[in-house]
Structure formats: structure tokens, C-alpha cells
Design a protein around this ligand. Structure first.
Ligand SMILES: [Zn+2]
Length: 170
């Protein structure tokens, strides 16, 4: 059985007693969380976020630079006014350099100029070495970004995948 079949069954059970269909579109807590796509990170349970409460914006590393498009929509159209940068320990972004990843992609498609051109368009895959450093960098980036509202409360956090605990960095 493929994973999608399992998920299809799970959803049938979920929808069978679903009673949240009247929730409004804007997040009730006026908050956006920028976090990593890591499979061990699940802000809803780790932070106690209920359906309809928050925008959870995910990408590799939870990098703010990748989240700006989402945050403009979140703030200007859907009323969020607080941002949590939520990175985590043992992140995959600490395991490679952009040049290495470019090499992996190119080596898998020898002589394919479309692949070379496409992967070279990424100046950086936004990897990092120090998770507290990445959190601080992203909070500063958002606080100084011209498209992020000046009155936004921006905090930075690290989630520990071994203990399940969070700690505030900034
Ligand atoms: Zn990660």
C-alpha cells in the first residue's frame, strides 16, 4: 500500500466527525510561524496551536528569506502581527554546503545544460552551521525587511528534537 492510500483512509476518519468548517480564514492568534520542513518538527502539537490559530510557513531550514512572499500575504491580507522564527537542533541544513548540493544535482544529470542552468540560479540553498546563529540572522532579517510591518513582534526559537523542549534565542 502506498502512503497516499493510508492518508486517504486517515482523512476519511478525520472528516467523519469534523466540526471546524466555520473557522474564519484569518489566523485567530494573528501569528505566523516560520519553521523547517523537518519531519520531526510539528508546531501544532509542540506549541499547542489549534486549527485556525496560526500560519505555519515551512521550508528547508525555516529560513526567513524563503518566507517573505508568504509573510507579506499573511500580514497585509490576513492580519498577522507576530512572527516566530522556529528552527531546530540536528537540522539537515547543517549537513551540506551549497556548492556540494549543486555538484550532486549536476552529477546526476551529466551534460544536461537545463539542469546546470537551473541549479546555478540558486545563489545559496541557505544552509547554516549554527542553529542559534541562523535564528538570530533570520530575526534580524525580518526586523529590517522593508516589506515586514515595523510593529511586528519577532522572536526566535530553537526546538530540541531530542527533548521536545524549546528555548528562546532572541
Ligand atoms: Zn531542519
Amino acid at each position: 500500500m502506498s502512503v497516499f492510500q493510508t492518508y486517504e483512509q486517515n482523512n476519511a476518519a478525520y472528516a467523519s466527525d469534523f466540526d471546524k468548517g466555520a473557522l474564519p480564514m484569518p489566523p485567530a492568534k494573528h501569528v505566523a510561524i516560520v519553521t523547517c520542513m523537518d519531519a520531526r518538527v510539528e508546531p501544532a502539537s509542540q506549541l499547542g496551536i489549534n486549527l485556525g490559530d496560526a500560519h505555519v510557513i515551512r521550508n528547508a531550514g525555516g529560513r526567513a528569506q524563503d518566507a517573505v512572499r508568504n509573510l507579506v500575504i499573511s500580514q497585509r491580507l490576513l492580519g498577522t502581527r507576530e512572527i516566530l522564527v522556529f528552527h531546530h537542533t540536528d537540522c539537515g541544513m547543517q549537513t551540506f554546503k551549497t556548492e556540494q548540493l549543486r555538484g550532486i544535482v549536476k552529477d546526476a544529470a551529466p551534460g544536461d545544460s537545463a539542469v546546470v542552468n537551473a541549479v546555478d540560479k540558486f545563489d545559496s540553498f541557505l544552509e547554516f552551521t549554527d542553529v542559534e546563529g541562523s535564528v538570530t540572522e533570520d530575526v534580524v532579517f525580518l526586523k529590517n525587511h522593508p516589506l515586514i510591518l515595523a510593529e511586528t513582534t519577532v522572536t526566535g526559537w530553537v526546538y530540541d528534537v531530542k527533548t521536545g523542549k524549546i528555548s528562546r534565542v532572541v
